[in-house]
Design a protein around this ligand. Sequence first.
Ligand code: ADP
Ligand code: GLC
Length: 480
Amino acid sequence: MFILQAAPEIHPFAKTGGLGDVVGGVVRPLAELGLQSATIMPLYRRVRESRPALARAAEFEVTVGEKTRTAVIWKGVYPGTQVPAYFVEEDSLFDREGLYGGLKGDYADNAERYVFFSRAVLDAIPALNLPVDVLHVHDWQTALIPVYLKTIYAQSPAHSRIRSLLTIHNMGYQGLFWHWDWSLTGLDWSLFNWKQLEFWGKLNFLKGGLIFADFLSTVSPRYAKEIQTEEFGCALEGVLRDRAKELVGILNGVDTAEWNPATDRQIPARYSAADLKGKAVCRAWLRKKMGLPECAAPLFCVVSRLVEQKGIDLLAAVMGDFVASESQLIVLGTGEDALQRALVDAARRWPSHVAVEIGFNTGLSHEVMAGSDAVLMPSRYEPCGLTQLYGQLYGTVPVVRRTGGLADSVQDGVTGILFGEATVASLTAAIRKTVETWRRPAEWNRMVLNGMKQDWSWARSAREYAALYARLAGAAGKTA
Ligand code: ADP
Ligand code: GLC
């Protein structure tokens, strides 16, 4: 069985969030299960900057609307494995500072960029002679691939037996474009109707994938149920309910080669559940680095995109609480301007209690995770979330809202602290409860150790994906 994973970002080549971690994270465990696979993503400027060793593998023309564009495919390997990693080069579309946008917001030609990428993935299959059984695609950027497989590419011998799996990492990002972009897709206008790719007059990439993929998954069992409701479905709950039988939730894991405090070279001292001394070193070092004084109260952290989904507006509203409870907070993140400003203002106002670093900094994210006592996630919704898993492995107690993957991966009072509502009052109560619990060392340490002993390795999720692939490929065998 051969699996091709097509994704808009893959760690360690380029990532903006958890999606990149997840696609990269399953590569090695799938190989360990004996599955053949490969990955494919755009050759962004950031990928080049990470200097992977690449060899030219193919070149062909891709149709995008009225135009054709040249795709050059480069081949490398996924680090630490023999798994081929392919990259699609088209510099006028991908040689840019950001992945999806810059300071002025999303790139205006994102529809064209990901139509091109999706078709390049499909055209690469015969060009590279890949014996693909299952094409596993991720999020709106690759959601047209399942649509193409059932339409333009349906009769092609290289494609007709391929089954598709679409993983939804976040219903909040659907790839919505004005209807004039339809002509870029090359699809027949008859598909532009409310039961297929049309959405309130616009073109909706994700909706197309939800309807045309052979199977759907999302990144936690609870989110798989939540998105079938009005509250979490982002107006596509009806489509998801129609496909409930072909929708599963597979909880994300952690790449323990990268996230393990006993071996992590990105933190100032290493530690484990058996010997926590190094964590105290990390904590003192982090306080110093971030300009916070020593303090006899817990050090909270937030490592996150600074957006409403993550409840950062609620966080900004409770900054005074870290002063009142005499605790401290470190924020590492980038995102919406107004939220960034509110956090930076709080750090200026209360420099002994709040430190804020605006930016995307993977090395610092490890230092923050190792040096903090608790990691806060007041998310409004959370498909899975990875930071609460890293927190557990690093002895940094997750304090999270009971939603989506957070509810599936944190046990209240056992491995973390859960709170119910996305409100200032509920978040404030959770912060107070955390500070009080921290003052009862036996109880606190029990939570720390419980978390550190959890197995969040990808092996478990990879087995679930492998079973799903086998089921899909088996179904293809029967119809072939
Ligand atoms: P999401 O994908 O919704 O942003 P996740 O919790 O699934 O949320 O994953 C976020 C990933 O991005 C984690 O690996 C986290 O450490 C990382 N991350 C988020 N913000 C930053 C940042 N400012 N600097 C470094 N890493 C970050
Ligand atoms: C999305 C979600 C996050 C999830 C990640 C990886 O960005 O917001 O909850 O962990 O994808 O699946």
